[in-house]
Design a binder for this molecule. Structure first.
Ligand code: MN
Length: 236
């Protein structure tokens, strides 16, 4: 029996795959909180890997914006920030996955922007509230086409950079991640039964900052590619 919906459902969220006609269907979006020491420091925090675990927040798949999109400056903020990040795209599921087996879950990688209403995130921190208003909103998860990983290819190093209007703002290296891609997949799979279509934004290096309408963001990750976003004035 075919079920009948009371109104049309929203279309599934999908992402382009580099050099392919196929599209990647997005299931969930996990984001890692603090994964570079220099970014943690600029947020006023130190991270001791020996005594802390990574932490996560989520964005709804409807927050996806593909590279090249025009992104209206979002409502209720006056401090809208970029965070340039490596995104891991899972093509297989797993639960309680070992670090050694984690690579088998990886479908590919993308360059992403974890766009953030920093003032709302700070307000949430101040009140010990959830971060959702600061992190999970329309077009807050910008993503490049996914590059399918080569056999066994694990991204352990490579330049990660972001410029605003051709002025370099972030410049770091994936080797400076506190928790590596296999460590993150293994850790996350303790809490969730990971599934194909899950995306993991792996955290940003230092140099985050605000943007305004008219700004063009260009991020690049060595071996992965480029992500572009144009911030525009919202229609009233
Ligand atoms: Mn982030």
């Amino acid at each position: 029996m075919t079920e009948t919906l009371c109104f049309a459902s929203q279309p599934p969220v999908t992402v382009a795959i580099q050099a392919s006609q196929l599209r990647f269907p997005v299931h969930r979006i996990f984001c890692v909180g603090r994964n570079y020491h220099a970014h943690a420091a600029e947020m006023g925090v130190t991270v001791d890997k020996a005594t802390t675990q990574p932490f996560y927040f989520n964005k709804h798949p409807s927050a996806i914006a593909e590279s090249g999109a025009e992104i209206p400056y979002p409502p209720e903020t006056s401090n809208y920030h970029f965070e340039m990040e490596l995104v891991v795209a899972l093509g297989a599921g797993g639960f309680q996955v070992s670090e050694a087996a984690a690579i088998d879950l990886v479908y590919g990688y993308a360059a992403g922007l974890d766009m953030t209403r920093r003032d709302l995130q700070q307000r949430a921190k101040d009140h010990a509230h959830p971060w959702d208003l600061g992190k999970d909103f329309e077009q807050a998860a910008v993503i490049s086409p996914i590059v399918v990983k080569d056999e066994r290819a694990l991204l352990q190093q490579g330049a990660i950079e972001l410029s605003v209007n051709q002025s370099m703002k972030q410049s770091s290296d994936l080797s400076l991640m506190i928790w590596s891609v296999p460590e993150l997949i293994s850790d996350l799979s303790r809490y969730y039964r990971l599934l194909p279509g899950d995306l993991i934004y792996t955290g940003t290096p230092e140099g985050v900052g605000p943007v305004v309408p008219g700004d063009c963001l260009r991020g690049h990750i060595e071996g992965v590619g480029q992500v572009v976003a144009n911030i525009v004035t919202p229609a009233v």
